[in-house]
Design a protein around this ligand. Sequence first.
Ligand code: G
Ligand code: G
Ligand code: NA
Ligand code: MN
Length: 256
Amino acid sequence: FTLETELRKAIELDRLELYFQPLIDMSNGFVTGFEALARWKDPDYGMISPVEFIPVAEECGLILPLGRWALDRACKVLGEWDKKAGEELPLKVSVNVSAAQFARDDIPNMVSSILRANNTKPQRLCLELTESVVVSDPARAAKVMSALRALNVSLAMDDFGTGYSNLAYLQQLPIDILKIDRSFVTHMLKERDKVAIVRAILSLASALGMETTAEGIETLEISQTLAALGCSFGQGYFYSPPVPADEAYEYMITRM
Ligand code: G
Ligand code: G
Ligand code: NA
Ligand code: MN
Protein backbone atom coordinates (compact mmCIF):
# COMPACT_ATOMS: atom_id res chain seq x y z
CA PHE A 1 0.00 0.00 0.00
CA THR A 2 1.33 3.36 -0.95
CA LEU A 3 -0.77 6.46 -0.68
CA GLU A 4 0.25 7.39 -4.22
CA THR A 5 -1.00 4.15 -5.80
CA GLU A 6 -4.24 4.26 -3.86
CA LEU A 7 -4.82 7.93 -4.66
CA ARG A 8 -4.20 7.32 -8.37
CA LYS A 9 -6.81 4.57 -8.23
CA ALA A 10 -9.26 6.74 -6.28
CA ILE A 11 -9.01 9.50 -8.90
CA GLU A 12 -9.41 7.04 -11.79
CA LEU A 13 -12.39 5.33 -10.17
CA ASP A 14 -13.97 8.69 -9.30
CA ARG A 15 -13.90 7.90 -5.59
CA LEU A 16 -13.06 11.37 -4.38
CA GLU A 17 -15.87 13.56 -3.24
CA LEU A 18 -16.15 17.33 -3.18
CA TYR A 19 -17.51 18.89 0.02
CA PHE A 20 -18.70 22.48 0.35
CA GLN A 21 -18.31 24.97 3.19
CA PRO A 22 -20.50 28.10 3.12
CA LEU A 23 -19.04 31.59 2.81
CA ILE A 24 -21.20 34.13 4.63
CA ASP A 25 -21.68 37.81 3.80
CA MET A 26 -20.90 39.43 7.17
CA SER A 27 -23.07 42.46 6.44
CA ASN A 28 -26.32 40.45 6.29
CA GLY A 29 -25.59 36.85 7.28
CA PHE A 30 -26.55 35.40 3.89
CA VAL A 31 -24.69 32.68 2.03
CA THR A 32 -22.70 34.17 -0.88
CA GLY A 33 -20.82 31.08 -1.93
CA PHE A 34 -18.96 27.96 -0.94
CA GLU A 35 -15.40 26.76 -0.72
CA ALA A 36 -15.01 23.35 -2.38
CA LEU A 37 -12.85 20.91 -0.44
CA ALA A 38 -11.77 17.46 -1.61
CA ARG A 39 -12.59 14.38 0.50
CA TRP A 40 -11.32 10.85 0.08
CA LYS A 41 -13.33 8.03 1.56
CA ASP A 42 -11.45 4.83 0.83
CA PRO A 43 -13.58 1.66 1.05
CA ASP A 44 -10.78 -0.09 2.98
CA TYR A 45 -8.99 2.68 4.84
CA GLY A 46 -11.88 4.99 5.62
CA MET A 47 -11.68 8.76 5.56
CA ILE A 48 -8.27 10.09 4.54
CA SER A 49 -7.68 13.77 5.25
CA PRO A 50 -6.61 16.19 2.49
CA VAL A 51 -3.87 17.27 4.91
CA GLU A 52 -2.36 13.84 4.14
CA PHE A 53 -3.21 13.31 0.48
CA ILE A 54 -2.85 16.82 -1.00
CA PRO A 55 0.92 16.99 -0.22
CA VAL A 56 1.36 13.48 -1.71
CA ALA A 57 -0.64 14.53 -4.78
CA GLU A 58 1.59 17.59 -5.13
CA GLU A 59 4.77 15.54 -4.97
CA CYS A 60 3.81 12.88 -7.49
CA GLY A 61 1.99 15.08 -9.99
CA LEU A 62 -1.47 13.72 -9.20
CA ILE A 63 -2.47 17.21 -8.11
CA LEU A 64 -2.99 18.07 -11.79
CA PRO A 65 -5.77 15.53 -12.47
CA LEU A 66 -7.08 16.07 -8.92
CA GLY A 67 -7.19 19.83 -9.40
CA ARG A 68 -8.93 19.47 -12.77
CA TRP A 69 -11.44 17.11 -11.19
CA ALA A 70 -12.18 19.54 -8.32
CA LEU A 71 -12.74 22.44 -10.70
CA ASP A 72 -14.93 20.38 -13.02
CA ARG A 73 -16.93 18.89 -10.16
CA ALA A 74 -17.46 22.33 -8.55
CA CYS A 75 -18.86 23.69 -11.84
CA LYS A 76 -21.10 20.64 -12.26
CA VAL A 77 -22.49 21.00 -8.73
CA LEU A 78 -23.25 24.70 -9.34
CA GLY A 79 -25.17 23.67 -12.46
CA GLU A 80 -27.07 20.99 -10.53
CA TRP A 81 -28.01 23.48 -7.82
CA ASP A 82 -29.27 26.00 -10.42
CA LYS A 83 -31.37 23.28 -12.00
CA LYS A 84 -32.84 22.27 -8.64
CA ALA A 85 -33.60 25.89 -7.77
CA GLY A 86 -34.96 26.68 -11.24
CA GLU A 87 -32.78 29.78 -11.54
CA GLU A 88 -29.18 30.85 -11.75
CA LEU A 89 -28.29 31.16 -8.06
CA PRO A 90 -26.29 34.23 -6.99
CA LEU A 91 -23.41 32.09 -5.70
CA LYS A 92 -19.69 31.80 -6.16
CA VAL A 93 -17.75 28.64 -5.70
CA SER A 94 -14.12 28.85 -4.52
CA VAL A 95 -11.70 26.15 -5.58
CA ASN A 96 -8.19 25.66 -4.20
CA VAL A 97 -5.37 25.81 -6.71
CA SER A 98 -2.07 24.35 -5.55
CA ALA A 99 1.34 25.81 -6.33
CA ALA A 100 2.08 22.88 -8.65
CA GLN A 101 -1.04 23.64 -10.71
CA PHE A 102 -0.27 27.33 -10.75
CA ALA A 103 3.25 26.52 -12.02
CA ARG A 104 1.78 25.16 -15.26
CA ASP A 105 1.69 27.71 -18.06
CA ASP A 106 -1.54 26.20 -19.37
CA ILE A 107 -3.52 26.96 -16.18
CA PRO A 108 -5.58 29.82 -17.71
CA ASN A 109 -6.49 27.58 -20.68
CA MET A 110 -7.36 24.71 -18.37
CA VAL A 111 -9.65 26.91 -16.28
CA SER A 112 -11.36 28.47 -19.25
CA SER A 113 -11.95 25.13 -20.98
CA ILE A 114 -13.55 23.65 -17.84
CA LEU A 115 -15.78 26.71 -17.47
CA ARG A 116 -16.82 26.45 -21.11
CA ALA A 117 -17.44 22.68 -20.95
CA ASN A 118 -19.81 23.23 -18.01
CA ASN A 119 -21.36 26.42 -19.33
CA THR A 120 -20.34 28.12 -16.06
CA LYS A 121 -20.03 31.90 -15.97
CA PRO A 122 -16.47 32.85 -14.92
CA GLN A 123 -17.92 35.42 -12.50
CA ARG A 124 -19.15 32.47 -10.42
CA LEU A 125 -15.70 31.01 -9.86
CA CYS A 126 -13.06 32.11 -7.38
CA LEU A 127 -9.61 30.51 -7.35
CA GLU A 128 -7.83 30.28 -3.99
CA LEU A 129 -4.07 30.62 -4.29
CA THR A 130 -1.47 30.43 -1.54
CA GLU A 131 1.27 32.93 -0.83
CA SER A 132 3.87 30.35 -1.92
CA VAL A 133 2.95 30.91 -5.58
CA VAL A 134 4.02 34.53 -5.26
CA VAL A 135 7.17 33.92 -3.23
CA SER A 136 8.83 31.53 -5.68
CA ASP A 137 8.51 33.80 -8.72
CA PRO A 138 6.64 37.08 -8.14
CA ALA A 139 6.97 38.34 -11.71
CA ARG A 140 5.56 35.16 -13.19
CA ALA A 141 2.83 35.03 -10.53
CA ALA A 142 1.71 38.53 -11.54
CA LYS A 143 1.51 37.48 -15.20
CA VAL A 144 -0.40 34.27 -14.58
CA MET A 145 -2.78 35.97 -12.13
CA SER A 146 -3.52 38.67 -14.70
CA ALA A 147 -4.22 36.02 -17.32
CA LEU A 148 -6.61 34.27 -14.92
CA ARG A 149 -8.25 37.54 -13.89
CA ALA A 150 -8.73 38.35 -17.58
CA LEU A 151 -11.04 35.33 -17.80
CA ASN A 152 -13.29 37.16 -15.29
CA VAL A 153 -12.77 34.69 -12.49
CA SER A 154 -11.85 36.16 -9.11
CA LEU A 155 -8.75 35.41 -7.10
CA ALA A 156 -8.33 34.92 -3.36
CA MET A 157 -5.07 34.73 -1.43
CA ASP A 158 -5.56 31.79 0.94
CA ASP A 159 -4.09 31.45 4.45
CA PHE A 160 -3.01 35.09 4.31
CA GLY A 161 -0.53 36.06 6.98
CA THR A 162 1.16 32.68 7.35
CA GLY A 163 3.45 32.86 4.32
CA TYR A 164 6.01 35.45 3.43
CA SER A 165 4.03 37.84 1.32
CA ASN A 166 6.03 40.54 -0.26
CA LEU A 167 3.83 43.51 0.56
CA ALA A 168 5.32 45.56 -2.28
CA TYR A 169 4.09 42.91 -4.72
CA LEU A 170 0.73 42.46 -3.10
CA GLN A 171 -0.48 45.83 -4.35
CA GLN A 172 0.52 44.94 -7.92
CA LEU A 173 -1.30 41.62 -7.94
CA PRO A 174 -4.89 41.39 -9.20
CA ILE A 175 -6.19 39.84 -5.98
CA ASP A 176 -9.85 40.30 -5.07
CA ILE A 177 -9.92 38.74 -1.62
CA LEU A 178 -7.52 38.15 1.26
CA LYS A 179 -8.44 35.09 3.31
CA ILE A 180 -7.29 35.66 6.86
CA ASP A 181 -5.73 32.43 8.10
CA ARG A 182 -7.73 30.68 10.77
CA SER A 183 -4.73 30.61 13.13
CA PHE A 184 -5.42 34.34 13.72
CA VAL A 185 -9.20 34.06 13.86
CA THR A 186 -10.28 31.06 15.91
CA HIS A 187 -8.92 32.30 19.26
CA MET A 188 -8.72 36.01 18.49
CA LEU A 189 -10.82 37.09 21.46
CA LYS A 190 -8.46 35.41 23.93
CA GLU A 191 -5.26 36.87 22.52
CA ARG A 192 -4.65 40.58 21.94
CA ASP A 193 -1.89 39.91 19.41
CA LYS A 194 -4.30 38.00 17.21
CA VAL A 195 -6.89 40.78 17.20
CA ALA A 196 -4.10 43.19 16.28
CA ILE A 197 -3.06 41.03 13.34
CA VAL A 198 -6.64 40.62 12.15
CA ARG A 199 -7.18 44.40 12.33
CA ALA A 200 -3.94 44.99 10.43
CA ILE A 201 -4.95 42.59 7.64
CA LEU A 202 -8.42 44.17 7.40
CA SER A 203 -6.92 47.63 7.11
CA LEU A 204 -4.30 46.48 4.59
CA ALA A 205 -7.01 44.88 2.45
CA SER A 206 -9.13 47.99 2.64
CA ALA A 207 -6.20 50.20 1.62
CA LEU A 208 -5.48 47.94 -1.34
CA GLY A 209 -9.14 47.77 -2.39
CA MET A 210 -9.47 44.08 -1.61
CA GLU A 211 -12.22 42.22 0.21
CA THR A 212 -11.60 39.88 3.13
CA THR A 213 -12.73 36.45 4.29
CA ALA A 214 -12.08 35.34 7.85
CA GLU A 215 -11.58 31.58 8.11
CA GLY A 216 -12.04 29.45 11.21
CA ILE A 217 -14.96 31.32 12.81
CA GLU A 218 -16.22 29.00 15.52
CA THR A 219 -18.34 31.27 17.74
CA LEU A 220 -21.08 33.88 17.53
CA GLU A 221 -18.87 36.38 19.42
CA ILE A 222 -16.11 36.14 16.85
CA SER A 223 -18.53 36.44 13.94
CA GLN A 224 -19.99 39.60 15.53
CA THR A 225 -16.59 41.08 16.26
CA LEU A 226 -15.41 40.48 12.69
CA ALA A 227 -18.60 41.96 11.25
CA ALA A 228 -18.10 45.05 13.42
CA LEU A 229 -14.50 45.33 12.22
CA GLY A 230 -15.72 45.37 8.62
CA CYS A 231 -14.64 41.94 7.48
CA SER A 232 -16.47 41.14 4.23
CA PHE A 233 -17.03 37.38 4.46
CA GLY A 234 -16.87 34.66 7.10
CA GLN A 235 -16.28 30.93 7.04
CA GLY A 236 -16.08 28.37 9.82
CA TYR A 237 -17.70 25.72 11.96
CA PHE A 238 -19.93 28.38 13.60
CA TYR A 239 -21.83 28.52 10.29
CA SER A 240 -21.17 25.01 9.00
CA PRO A 241 -18.35 22.52 8.49
CA PRO A 242 -17.65 21.41 4.91
CA VAL A 243 -20.58 19.14 3.91
CA PRO A 244 -21.64 17.08 0.86
CA ALA A 245 -23.26 18.98 -2.04
CA ASP A 246 -26.83 18.01 -1.12
CA GLU A 247 -26.46 19.21 2.46
CA ALA A 248 -24.82 22.41 1.26
CA TYR A 249 -27.82 23.04 -1.00
CA GLU A 250 -30.25 22.57 1.89
CA TYR A 251 -28.19 24.90 4.07
CA MET A 252 -28.12 27.55 1.40
CA ILE A 253 -31.75 27.68 0.30
CA THR A 254 -32.89 28.75 3.77
CA ARG A 255 -30.15 31.38 4.05
CA MET A 256 -30.24 33.53 0.95
O1 G B 1 -10.91 20.39 4.24
P1 G B 1 -9.68 20.50 5.11
O2 G B 1 -9.66 21.67 6.02
O3 G B 1 -9.36 19.27 5.85
O4 G B 1 -8.49 20.73 4.05
C1 G B 1 -7.17 20.59 4.42
C2 G B 1 -6.28 21.22 3.39
O5 G B 1 -6.41 20.58 2.11
C3 G B 1 -6.55 22.68 3.18
O6 G B 1 -5.34 23.39 3.20
C4 G B 1 -7.18 22.76 1.83
O7 G B 1 -6.87 23.97 1.17
C5 G B 1 -6.56 21.56 1.12
N1 G B 1 -7.45 21.11 0.06
C6 G B 1 -8.67 20.55 0.19
N2 G B 1 -9.20 20.29 -1.03
C7 G B 1 -8.30 20.71 -1.94
C8 G B 1 -8.27 20.73 -3.39
O8 G B 1 -9.21 20.33 -4.09
N3 G B 1 -7.13 21.21 -3.97
C9 G B 1 -6.07 21.68 -3.25
N4 G B 1 -5.00 22.14 -3.91
N5 G B 1 -6.09 21.70 -1.90
C10 G B 1 -7.18 21.22 -1.26
O1 G C 1 -6.00 25.74 4.02
P1 G C 1 -7.45 26.03 3.86
O2 G C 1 -7.83 27.34 4.44
O3 G C 1 -7.96 25.85 2.48
O4 G C 1 -8.18 24.92 4.72
C1 G C 1 -9.46 24.94 5.07
C2 G C 1 -9.53 23.92 6.18
O5 G C 1 -10.01 24.48 7.39
C3 G C 1 -10.44 22.75 5.82
O6 G C 1 -9.80 21.57 6.15
C4 G C 1 -11.63 22.96 6.75
O7 G C 1 -12.20 21.70 7.12
C5 G C 1 -10.99 23.65 7.96
N1 G C 1 -11.93 24.48 8.67
C6 G C 1 -13.00 25.12 8.18
N2 G C 1 -13.64 25.83 9.15
C7 G C 1 -12.95 25.62 10.28
C8 G C 1 -13.13 26.08 11.62
O8 G C 1 -14.03 26.83 11.96
N3 G C 1 -12.21 25.67 12.52
C9 G C 1 -11.18 24.86 12.19
N4 G C 1 -10.34 24.49 13.16
N5 G C 1 -10.98 24.40 10.93
C10 G C 1 -11.85 24.78 9.98
NA1 NA D 1 -8.51 27.05 0.84
MN1 MN E 1 -7.11 28.80 4.16
